[in-house]
Design a binder for this molecule. Structure first.
Ligand code: PRX
Length: 643
């Protein structure tokens, strides 16, 4: 460990930071730990607007938590309305650039007008608090406007990433019992139209709960409109009232459900509520991204993932920031598109994933070198562990050795960043999320829940509930208990392995369950397996994540066929396409390997561990005593050598 380089913050950065110096961080952490109710209560009062104050800060009926009990607030009001009576009213709330190069700058006042109009549209069609909406949109301002309008009325939204297929969309609509879908004709990605409305059309015939589809015109391509069901956003907007006040909602009102992969084939709807979620999203923007009034903040995530929720929309807008949204791909028209945007809008804070960094690193330094990146003062990373080479490149080539890199560990379930450096306080070690944030009681434990020693590997757990934590899995409280709280009784189980070094720094090592991380996208092996076995030719499938230089992990599927005499090359192509159709393009396996059998235990359980070893090391060295037929493994390992 002694060889790990350490990067303390520069005195200049510290002098302007929101939290200055290690002692200031420690003091916050200590207070949050010793008197959590006082700590969070004071922040909630200072940082958020409440229609009605809570009666008590926290209620814990394990494993169900409530924060700011009895309080009434509104997320949209906090993100928009409250800024109008401040000098922020004419500040850019959203700066947007479309892939073709079109651009919009929306001030807080204008955002208020747009959100109010769309809320009126929803309200006039009879939608109200408690209803559920699906948002299936490209990265255009209307996606954020739709989220905020739902939040304004208390309509619980679920944003479905535009890369998901009709099947995946349908499953989410049904699970949520959504009554309305908000979408667009399409969006632009790598110069091509990604059609969205046609995917909605494919999904809806089997979704009887949906009454209305509102379609935003983005690409202008031909779109069939079902009479009575489908409406153009711009037509409804024509007569919309601009007077649509934010509803005072209970602090625990369901704000959104976001589906993510668990360890089964069925995605889980992670439920986030109102007051606690917003407070922690807001605080982490100030603490971790060290937000200053004049900053332009750019998080490159898609709005369909939790990062887009907390760090494109809710966190930055609540904190009164200027948040930048870009519609398209980083390599369109060329590999300098992101750096061009940084230069053009003088971006100060830039937040992306290690996968993106590695992909851009591979293209060489000439792309960033062609642009003036001197506006940048802070860089962030999220989604997977960042390897030293990517960290070093990010630090040197993008940050010019003057921007701290905040490596932020968190999850869809945690709602907000949990482990990350406060950049004016905590020295960086490349590859470590460093120290937990105030109020986050993180630990690394063994199978029995006992803390492991310094530099020992264990499970990353959180000992105490935090304001932005998930409240349950939508419609499945038992699964919520089993997945997160019953594995190590009384502790929140993150599903990640980690170690803590002698300085208390946490190093997240990756998942310990059957969840893969492909380009920072979470996918369960079972989800891909279930998709594969739905194909008529497939008898059995086992899926593992295989190390990949760019995407972190790539999907490798082992497949046995119902009849052995297929043309493997053609079928492999067909199966990859099949998975893309069943789940979405990002889930397309990189590799399909055919086999006459899969390695199983005597009780019939597929031994994925062995398959993982085969794709990683091309051989098997671990314990195989429970394996039923060793020959299968030998044949699978040999298969690779022939390729
Ligand atoms: O394994 C961890 C990894 O991503 C998982 C959460 O995925 P998801 O819910 O899709 O949210 C991603 C964006 C918050 C975690 O369990 N992960 C996320 N951030 C990091 C990370 N692994 C290492 N370092 C990180 N900074």
């Amino acid at each position: 460990m002694s060889e790990t380089p350490v990067y303390p913050p520069s005195p200049e950065f510290v002098s302007k930071a929101n939290v200055q110096g290690l002692e200031a961080y420690r003091e916050l952490y200590r207070r949050a730990g010793e008197r959590p109710e006082e700590f969070w209560g004071e922040l909630a009062e200072k940082e958020l607007f409440w229609f009605q104050k809570w009666s008590h800060v926290f209620e814990w009926n394990p494993p169900f938590a409530k924060w700011f009990v009895g309080g009434k607030t509104n997320v949209c009001y906090n993100c928009v309305d409250r800024h109008l009576s401040t000098p922020r009213k004419n500040k850019a709330a959203i700066i947007w650039e479309g892939e073709p190069g079109d651009q919009r700058v929306i001030t807080y006042q204008e955002l208020h007008r747009l959100v109010s109009r769309f809320s009126s549209v929803l309200k006039s069609r009879g939608y109200q608090a408690g209803d559920r909406a699906i948002i299936y949109m490209p990265m255009i301002p209307e996606a954020a406007i739709a989220m905020l309008a739902c939040a304004r009325l208390g309509i619980t939204h679920s944003v479905v990433f535009g890369g998901f297929s009709a099947e995946a969309l349908k499953a989410r609509i049904l699970d949520l019992g959504a009554v309305i879908v908000i979408t667009a004709d399409g969006g632009w990605r790598r110069g091509k139209e990604v059609k969205l409305k046609s995917v909605v059309d494919e999904a809806l015939p089997e979704c009887p709960s949906v009454r209305d589809v509102i379609v935003c015109r983005r690409t202008g391509s031909e779109t069939g409109m079902a009479a009575g069901r489908d409406h153009w956003w711009h037509e409804l907007d024509e007569n919309a009232s601009e007077d649509c006040p934010a509803e005072p909602l209970d602090s625990e009102h369901p704000l959104y459900v976001l589906y993510t992969s668990g360890t089964t084939g069925q995605p889980k709807g992670i439920l986030h509520t109102t007051g606690g979620y917003l407070l922690q999203a807001t605080m982490t923007v100030k603490w971790v991204f060290d937000l200053h009034e004049e900053d332009t903040f750019w998080c490159t995530a898609d709005i369909g993932w939790v990062t887009g929720h907390s760090y494109i929309v809710y966190g930055p807008l609540s904190a009164g920031a200027t948040t930048l949204m870009y519609e398209g791909a980083p390599d369109t028209p060329a590999f300098d598109r992101w750096w061009r945007i940084v230069e053009k809008y003088r971006v100060n804070i830039f937040y992306t994933s290690p996968t993106a960094i590695r992909a851009l690193l591979r293209q060489g330094e000439k792309w960033p070198a062609a642009h003036d990146l001197s506006s940048l003062r802070l860089l962030g990373s999220v989604g997977e562990p960042i390897n030293p080479a990517a960290w070093e490149w990010y630090y040197r080539v993008i940050g010019k050795e003057k921007c701290p890199i905040v490596d932020t560990w968190w999850q869809t379930e945690t709602g907000a960043i949990m482990i990350a450096p406060m950049p004016g306080a905590v020295a960086l070690k490349p590859g470590s999320g460093t120290l937990p944030l105030p109020g986050v009681d993180a630990d690394v434990v063994d199978f029995a829940g006992n803390p492991v020693g310094a530099d020992q590997e264990g499970f990353l757990v959180i000992r105490r509930p935090w304001p932005a934590m998930l409240r349950t899995i939508w419609g499945d409280g038992q699964r919520y208990k089993d997945q997160y709280w019953n594995r190590l009784p009384g502790l929140y189980f993150t599903g990640d392995a980690a170690r803590r070094d002698a300085d208390g720094y946490i190093w997240v090592l990756g998942r310990v369950d059957d969840v893969m991380n492909v380009s920072g996208h979470r996918l369960s092996t079972m989800e891909v397996e279930s998709a594969l076995v739905r194909h008529p030719a497939v008898a059995e499938a086992a899926v593992v994540g295989k190390p990949d230089e760019i995407t972190g992990q790539a999907i490798c599927a082992f497949v046995t066929l119902k009849s052995g005499n297929a043309d493997h090359a053609t079928l492999a192509k067909e199966l990859r396409q099949w998975v893309a159709h069943e789940i979405g393009g990002f889930a397309r396996p990189q590799e399909i390997r055919f086999s006459d059998a899969l390695p199983k235990t005597r009780s019939g359980k597929i031994m994925r561990r062995l398959l993982r070893e085969i794709v990683t090391t091309h051989s098997v060295s671990g314990d195989v005593t429970t394996l039923e037929d060793m020959g299968v493994v030998t044949r699978l390992a040999a298969q690779h050598d022939e390729e």
